[in-house]
Design a protein around this ligand. Structure first.
Ligand code: SF4
Length: 61
């Protein structure tokens, strides 16, 4: 299982607020591009899924 950020839902025009709420520092973003979740760091706590106002984060099998 891993988490993905849907590029069709993320507007990619601002600093991702999920970066600060991730307890594992597993979300990285270059400029305002699509953020990436580093699967090796992510513990799948689900915080980012709930926090994203665009519902752009989801679990993927
Ligand atoms: S599920 Fe938790 S650990 Fe994984 S990227 Fe989201 S906030 Fe970070």
């Amino acid at each position: 299982m891993s988490l993905i950020i849907n590029r069709n839902l993320c507007p990619q025009n601002h600093r991702c607020p999920l970066i600060k709420i991730c307890p594992m520092n597993a979300i990285v973003q270059i400029n305002n591009k699509l953020p990436q979740i580093i699967s090796e760091k992510c513990i799948e706590c689900g915080k980012c899924i709930k926090f994203c106002g665009m519902n752009a984060v989801s679990k993927q099998n």
